[in-house]
Structure formats: C-alpha cells, structure tokens
Design a binder for this molecule. Sequence first.
Ligand code: AMP
Length: 399
Amino acid sequence: MNILVINAGSSSLKYQLIDMTTETARAKGNVERIGLEGSVLKHQYNGGDKVEIQEDVQDHLAAFKLVIRAITDPEYGVISDISEISAIGHRMVNGGERFIDPVLLTDEIIETMKAEVIEFAPLHNPGAIMGMEACRKLMPDTPMVVVVDTEFFKTLPDYAYMYGLPYDVYEQYKIRRYGAHGTSHKYVSLRAAEIMGKAPKDLKLITCHLGNGSSISAVKYGKAIDTSMGFTPLEGLIMGTRSGDLDPAIVTYLMEKKSMSPAEMNDYLNKESGILGVSGVSSDLRDVEDAANAGNKRAQLAINMLCYRAKKYIGSYMAALDGVDAIIFTAGIGENNATVRKCICDGLDNMGIKLDETKNKVRGKEAFINADDSRTKIIVVPTNEELMIARETKAIVGA
Ligand code: AMP
C-alpha cells in the first residue's frame, strides 16, 4: 500500500510517497515558488537519486500535476500509474476547535474549512486547502484524509490551554492554546517509547522539537498535557525569527513607540525577532554558532537565551508531569546540535538528568545520549511527520 503525503503551503507543495509495508519513503520532494518566477520541483527517488525540474507552475493544481508526473515518470518515477496510490494524507497546521481528529476529505469538508479555519493559521491553511482541492480535482476517486497538527494536543486539560483573559474571548473567538508541531511530538513520543521497550501508557516524557520553529511538550502516559506553543506558533521558546514568550505589555508599548500597525507588529515578532533579532547574524543556528565561535557576543547571547528558556520549560514540565522518564530531542537543532543539547542539560544533574558527552556527539540518528547513571533517559529521535500522517491516513481509510 502506497500513501502519498501532501504538505502544501502558500507557495510550496511538499510530498512523500510512502510504502506502508516497509514504512519507507519511495520518493519525496517539493515544488517551490508556486505562482512565482523560477518555480522548480526538487524530486528525490530510490532513497537518494535526485532530479530538478524547472517549469512554470502557476498554481497548486499545476504543482500537483507536476508531482504526479515525477512519481510516475519512466526514468525517475517510482510507480507506473496513479492507481498505485491507495490514499492521500494532507497536513493541516491548525483546525481550531472545529477540526481536531483526522477526517476523511469531502468537498463539503473543504468548504467548511474555507469558512471556519483559515484564521487559525492564516499563513498555512489557505495553501493547505489549495493543495487539497488540487488533489481532489486530479484524483477524485482516491480517498484522502486531513491530519491536523493540533490533534495531539486535544488532551491538554483546560487549565493548561486557557489564558488568563476574560472567559468570553474564549467563547467568542476561541482564543486558547492549540500548540503546533503536534504530529512531530506524537511521532517522537511513540518512537521513544518503542526504543525504550516500554508502553507509552507507562511513561512520562518531555519532547523537545528544536528547529527553525521550536516547541516543547509534556506527554504523560501517552497523552500531551502541555505544550509551549500557544494560540499561534509564536509562543514559547526563542526561535529562528520568532520571539517566543514576552510580557504582552511590550507589544502595545512597541506599537506606540514605533508606530506599528497590528500587521507590522505581527511580522516584527514572527519574522524579525528570536535568534535573528538578538544575534543580528542569522536565523540559522549554524551561522550563529560560527559567529559566536568567532567572538560575536550577541550571537553567543542568542544561543544562551535559547538554551536557558528550553531548560526552564523542561523544569516546569517536570513539575507538571511529577517527574520525567525521558527527554527527547528532535528536528534540525535537536537532532544535530550537540552543543545546544549539552547547554540545555547542563546543571540538571540534581534533577536526575545527566548527559554523556561522548554519546551526545551523535547527529541525525536515533541514540540514547544520557550517562549510564542518569535517572532520566535522554534520547535523540529524528522526527518523521510524514510517516505519522501516513499512518493516521491508513487507519482512517482502513476503517
Ligand atoms: P528545521 O526547522 O527542523 O529544518 O531546523 C532548522 C535549524 O536546524 C537551523 O537552525 C539549522 O541550523 C539547524 N540544522 C539543520 N540541520 C542541521 C545540521 N545538519 N547540523 C546542524 N544544525 C542543523
């Protein structure tokens, strides 16, 4: 059984064709710059071979046609006909309180999404819906499932997802914590349990998804009970270009001082702040580390801030969980950056968290990196959101 996973954004369409017998990707890639000059499809097949197709791609339908052409191409395709695709799984970032569980896609569902959920992820949801429409148009008889990233956080208790605002804004505007990266947190928490040889129901875990966007979750007995991202993915850790937690009074203060509109302020906090804003160097931690190593103090400050806040979240989630069995690191930084992992875990010995510096040298591979006498396991688990979406799709279509 092959499942095609689609992750569509406003100007990109990522895909992965997964063989569910082996749970491996047969092909994957991305159509970049949809509707812009210089659009290109980057396609990877047979586990590593690559091809790039430069072609004018006006919209998501054209992008999806190009994807189908690539995966069925006689030379670099991996199937001979679209009938070999059993189902399609679509990623959605946030479906508000309206769409939470994976749902079988119909035209009616698409219309409801257009009417009710765009505002919960205005940068992501319109593109995702365009991707769904394109697939429905080209493959109307193939079952499709929408998997919402926030599903994993539906188990948060109300006292964790509510903000200290008048209750009516929750009722009227559904302002509450939704979290993000849920598919990743779910995948790594399940996988960590598997490699620990334990059932999720017996474990208390803290999952750290540290990438360009970063979030930390507390997972108790298989269920998320808290997460650092909030109403939008702006809350929580200091990220590539996002500020993370702030005193909310700073927002109105700065809007006045700098005469910024709400939209400008939103861009300022989402695109100009975080590691980029503090360091003045880059949003990519590799560049920031290079600068810090060369003596740039603001670059070092940005790294210290990232680690310190992650450490504080871990401490607070240990309190929320009443202890922790394992801390899991994933995503670009979590999987690859030994310095950041060490900096986060340093000084937590008294809390039973002790890193082994030699084991910590691992990059991009599953590994235990805790010292033998550490009460808490520390594990690197590369994330696989596409596989998680494919599994959820299979479960719904199979049912
Ligand atoms: P992501 O959003 O998960 O792609 O992660 C992006 C972040 O991870 C950037 O800050 C990168 O510096 C970092 N990153 C990604 N790949 C690597 C790598 N191979 N080595 C070190 N850092 C990496």
